[in-house]
Design a protein around this ligand. Structure first.
Ligand SMILES: C[S@@+](CC[C@H](N)C(=O)[O-])C[C@H]1O[C@@H](n2cnc3c(N)ncnc32)[C@H](O)[C@@H]1O
Ligand SMILES: Nc1nc2[nH]cc(C(=O)O)c2c(=O)[nH]1
Ligand code: SF4
Ligand SMILES: [Mg+2]
Length: 209
């Protein structure tokens, strides 16, 4: 990569943009709400069931001026969901400062594995066993969304729930390919442990991005 571009990416003035789209938030607390999604490339957490593996290699996604991303996003929605890849791979300060200057609500989807940067109105923390979330993101998370691939993920979910604030909303979300097997487990678990709620990837049922 050109040295000048690399410097800008390091500062968050440019970001490797994979895709952006206006859709309905499919998951978690804001499920059903229209929002503009900004998907930033780059992730080395390595979830074997990740549904956007094409996002992992940041070099495949064009470094894009952060101000251009914001100028475009503001045309679509007052709620912007920043996802990836793992957005906290990058410094989110410039992106979120500019989004807030435009009066937009900033939401993040993150594993929390890297330093929390940026100003967020809503943090969706989806922790992963391979790279655990930082203490700071656990304290600040508004929702905890644990993906359930097998039974051990319920144990992991409780372990992670012990680290978030008392107001954090707790979700169990079936891993998509295992949904037929794990949905009954989740349903039973939530009835037995009603501090948890079910989250489904409703956009996949609706056939929207
Ligand atoms: C693709 S990730 C990107 C953001 C960030 N890297 C993270 O993992 O939170 C967006 C959300 O999709 C969830 N997710 C990814 N693959 C999934 C799958 N196969 N089934 C269910 N949820 C999945 C993640 O746990 C996360 O909550
Ligand atoms: N509709 C829709 N809702 C989503 N919520 C979180 C998503 C993500 O990939 O981060 C996502 C996504 O990819 N599409
Ligand atoms: S952390 Fe997120 S983007 Fe990275 S591999 Fe896991 S689900 Fe995919
Ligand atoms: Mg998705």
């Amino acid at each position: 990569m050109d040295e000048a571009i690399k410097i800008k990416v390091d500062k968050g003035e440019m970001l490797p943009l994979m895709e952006e789209f206006y859709t309905i938030q499919g998951e978690g607390y804001y499920k059903g709400t229209a929002a503009y999604f900004i998907r930033i490339g780059g992730c080395d957490v390595g979830c074997h069931w990740c549904d956007v593996k094409e996002s992992w290699n940041a070099d495949l996604h064009p470094p894009t001026e952060t101000s251009k991303i914001v100028e475009n996003a503001k045309k679509y929605s007052d709620t912007i969901v920043v996802t990836g890849g793992e957005p906290l791979t990058w410094d989110m300060t410039v992106l979120t400062t500019r989004l807030k200057e435009e009066g937009l609500k900033t939401h993040i989807e993150t594993s929390g594995a890297y330093k929390l940067t940026g100003q967020w109105d809503w943090i969706c923390l989806s922790p992963k066993k391979m790279k655990l979330p930082t203490d700071e993101v656990c304290e600040k998370a508004d929702e905890l969304k644990v993906i359930v691939y097998n039974k051990d993920d319920l144990r992991f979910a409780e372990e992670q729930a012990a680290k978030v604030s008392k107001d954090c909303i707790l979700y169990l979300q079936p891993e998509w390919s295992k949904r037929d097997k794990v949905v009954p487990l989740i349903v039973d678990y939530v009835m037995q442990n009603p501090k948890w709620k079910v989250s489904l990837q409703t956009h996949k049922y609706l056939n929207i991005p």
